[in-house]
Write a protein that binds this ligand. Structure first.
Ligand code: 3PG
Length: 209
């Protein structure tokens, strides 16, 4: 499966910052119940790698990826844990040899026109616009479409229920990502039904877009 196929698998991708394996299992179950099947588990907490390992075992039909990959060691560790794709907020040169060696589907982060062109030339036609809202959001993506029609984006950073559909209506957006699908307050409260509802609502909105 290439990166574009992964983005097309689900129009919304939760960006998850997990505090424990148990929490990751509960949140993922709740999101799956709401119809979401592609997940980015960020390497921002000590529980992340164990979380990826257990999620892959517990939910073989879910596509579990790793996010916030900043270097080759992190990429290797996440792949060993079973991550099926990788996402980074950028495209550091130091990651390129590891990406070439591993052939893992990879979604690099870009924030400018030149970064998008460089990432495309490095072989990445599917890219994460990050941080989407801060760097220009919908108007930026509209402007990029004409000169760079062969680049497809997954904007993340500042996406939420109220603006996701506007992004998804753009011809160069395949998917949107973000933490709004598993917000910290619902996770802390153990409101798994609330998370399922958010997921189902986001998918319904995306289908309309
Ligand atoms: C990411 O890694 O994509 C962002 O942290 C997600 O941004 P958000 O928290 O604004 O959704």
């Amino acid at each position: 499966m290439d990166t574009l196929a992964i983005l097309k698998r689900g129009p919304v991708m939760p960006v998850m910052v997990i505090q424990s394996v148990d929490e990751a299992l509960q949140v993922t179950r709740a999101l799956l119940d709401g119809g979401i099947n592609t997940f980015e588990i960020t390497l921002r907490t000590p529980a992340a790698l164990d979380g990826i390992r257990e999620l892959v075992k517990a939910f073989p039909d879910a596509l579990i990826g790793v996010g916030t990959v900043r270097n080759a060691d992190q990429l290797d560790a996440a792949l060993q844990a079973g991550a099926r794709f990788a996402v980074s907020p950028g495209l550091p040169a130091a990651l390129l040899p590891a990406l070439a060696a591993n052939k893992v589907p990879f979604l690099p982060g870009v924030a400018t026109t030149t970064e998008a062109m460089n990432a495309f030339d490095a072989g990445f036609a599917a890219q994460k616009l990050f941080p989407a809202e801060a760097v220009g959001g919908v108007p930026l993506l509209k402007s990029l479409h004409s000169p760079l029609p062969d680049i497809v984006f997954c904007p993340t950073g500042g996406i939420h229920a109220a603006n996701a559909a506007t992004y998804l209506a753009l011809p160069n957006v395949a998917c949107v990502g973000g933490s709004w699908l598993a917000p910290a307050d619902l996770v802390q409260a153990g409101d798994w039904q609330g998370i399922t509802k958010l997921a189902a609502g986001a998918l319904a909105q995306a289908q309309q877009a």
